[in-house]
Every structure is written in C-alpha cells, then in structure tokens.
Design a protein around this ligand. Structure first.
Ligand code: GTQ
Length: 355
C-alpha cells in the first residue's frame, strides 16, 4: 500500500484534532454518521425470533412455583428480541410477554399510560377487570386495557391461564411520557355487569348519546374468538384468497372504523390448507401468536434466510422491512400485532408486495 499523500494526511489530522477539541463541548460531526442516521432503507437492529410454546411453557410453570402473581404484581416472562436483550422489547417500539395466572390468584389493580392487549393462549375462565367491568377469558380472545384505566386480573377457576401481553412500553419510554400508579384495593370493585361494553358496542350499534368512554381506544374490552373465528370461517367460503395474507382481517374500533388501540393494530388471519404465500415486507415489525394449526414462516433479512416451523401457541417476531412468506400445508390461524397505526399517523408506513 502507498503511504497517504501528505496533503490527505494533513486533512485527516486536522479533522481528528477538530473532533477531539470539540468533543468536550458535546459536538459531533454529522458527516461521519450521516449514512447511518438516514439509511437508504430501514436497517432494524432487531432479529427474527421464535419462542416455541413447548420449550418455554416449563419456565412459566417454574415461575408459578417461585413467585405468586400478587408478589410479582404481573407474573410475566418477557419475550425479548435476542438483539435487544435487557431492553424489555420485542421490536424497537413494542413489548411482548406471556403472563400466567394460577387458580385462586389475583394480579393487583394498577393503571398506566401504556396501552395493553391480551391475547389468550391457554386456559379458560380467568378474568381481567377494566374500570369496574370484568371480562372472562377464552383461548383466542383479544382483550384491551386502554391507557390509564384501572385493571387487575384474577383466576377463580381450577386451571392455569396464560395470555400474550402486547404493550407499547418501548414507545412510551421513547417519548418519556409514562405514568403509573397502584390501586388502593387489591382487586377493584365490580361496578358494571360483565358484557355491558359488548352490549353497547359489540353489535354494530352504539349508544345515541355520550362520548367515547376511552377516547381514541375502542370502547369494546373484548373481541371474543368465537366471533372473529366465525368471520374468518365465512371469508374462507366467500372471499378471494389473498396471495400474501390468506384471509386477513384487522380488529377495529367500532366507533371509528380505525385501529382499536392508538398505538397498536392487531390482526387475525387464516391460512387455508395448502397455502403457499407470496413474499412481502412492511415497515411495521410484527409479533405473531399461532392460534390453531401449523405452518411455516420464511423470514429473510440482513442475517440471511430463516425458516420457522410453527404450531399452535408458538410466538414469533418479524422485524421491520424483513421479507416474510407464509405457508401452511394443513391450515392455521395467526394472530399478530404491530405499531402500524403510529406509522400511519406519521405518514411513513410502507408495504411492499414482492412476487
Ligand atoms: O397486565 O398490567 O406484561 O402492566 C407488562 C406490564 C402486563 C399488566 C405486562 C403490565 C402488565
């Protein structure tokens, strides 16, 4: 190699000395980092990851042996993105965890700015209370805890109940906008009959008077699997198959037609038996929960192609702008959620359907 030209060496030296001298003044030259600051396309630090239920269920069991729900406040195993260990994040903007509540237990009342969704993975009959109304959990139900509402969870049946928690914790942390407080009572008083919110908003009807009870968040606490599964079932008989998504529906806020939660959009999709999907990518990384059946997710990103063979109760994450292709020989149902509403509000959401 040739020695650097003396003029070039002088320039390099002058630049280095500028950087050194101004660094104590908290100044950094943009031109050294510009390419990484505004990359030509998303370059997520996240990696795809799979949590096989069969592998991780024993750890939930052990968590149930070493701590009570009450002592833990929330007995949850966080699904951490392997590339973001220690950050309690499954993507840069989203949190996911599996929460266990055993017979007789109560997870005490609190409220926080962070919005939560629950997607029931195992067991029937535990409840969550939101602002005085209980909702009973069944596998596949999608349940909402709106921002700043009091909530506690309990189990008065004889089986363990496990659900997926999806929260906007990293997003709220990013904005430094989080508040939280504990309730005075362990579980809040029941002030409304179960099903009161469903009666008002669950039938394509709504009260004639009164404001949305939870602002931008859906007034429906629970979207029972029985009904969303029926919708997919009917679609499979009557609608054209989408070559990328199979039959995919978004959950909605019945008062707005938009997303049920301001920061998170959940989806439910059916891949019919023999489905061999096309590849696509989108800027919203997504967390998936396999509800029924089995299938394969092919994910292609900077780390190279990956293949996840998944079955019911498995969870996986697809980072932003990595290519996803879905297959199912025998048919399956997938629940998923992403930060799409936030990206859409900012006008930056992008989707690319490849073939
Ligand atoms: O159930 O309120 O997984 O506050 C993380 C934080 C669940 C909850 C989580 C929470 C909750």
């Amino acid at each position: 190699m040739n020695a650097p030209h003396p003029a070039a060496a002088r320039t390099t030296e002058a630049r280095q000395s500028l950087y050194r001298d101004m660094s104590p003044h908290h100044l950094t030259p943009l031109w050294e980092v510009l390419h990484a600051l505004v990359p030509p396309q998303p370059a997520s630090p996240c990696v795809p990851a799979l949590w096989r239920y069969q592998q991780i269920r024993p750890f939930l069991q052990r968590a149930g042996e070493v701590i009570t729900a009450e002592e833990a406040v929330r007995r949850v195993l966080i699904l951490e993105n392997p590339a973001l260990r220690g950050q309690s994040a499954v993507t840069q903007s989203l949190y996911a965890g599996l929460q266990l509540i055993l017979p007789g237990e109560v997870a005490p009342s609190h409220r926080h700015t962070q919005s939560a969704l629950r997607f029931i993975v195992e067991g029937t009959g535990a409840y969550t209370s939101v602002d005085g109304e209980r909702t009973t959990m069944h596998p596949g139900d999608f349940i909402i805890t709106p921002s700043w509402t009091w909530h506690d969870h309990g189990n008065e049946v004889d089986e363990a109940v496990v659900w997926l928690d999806g929260l906007d914790i990293p997003m709220i942390r990013f904005f430094d906008a989080g508040f939280a407080e504990n309730g005075s009572a362990k579980s809040q008083a029941v002030t409304r009959a179960e099903g009161a919110s469903f009666a008002r908003y669950g039938y394509n009807m709504a009260p004639v008077r009164g404001d949305a009870p939870f602002g931008a968040t859906s007034p429906l606490f629970s979207y029972p699997y029985e009904r969303s599964r029926e919708a997919l079932h009917q679609l499979e008989r009557s609608a054209p198959l989408d070559a990328w998504d199979g039959y995919k529906l978004r959950y909605l806020n019945p008062l707005t037609g938009g997303t049920p939660m301001p920061t998170i959009q959940p989806f439910l999709q059916r891949l019919p038996a023999g489905f061999d999907g096309q590849p696509g990518r989108q800027t919203d990384g997504a967390v998936y929960s396999v509800v029924e059946g089995a299938g394969t997710a092919y994910i292609d990103g900077p780390a190279g192609p990956l293949r996840f063979d998944v079955e019911a109760r498995d969870h996986f994450v697809v980072p932003s702008w990595q290519t996803l292709r879905l297959q199912s020989a025998t048919g399956c149902v997938l629940f998923s959620f992403s930060d799409r509403p936030v990206q859409q509000a900012l006008g930056i959401h992008k989707e690319e359907r490849l073939a």
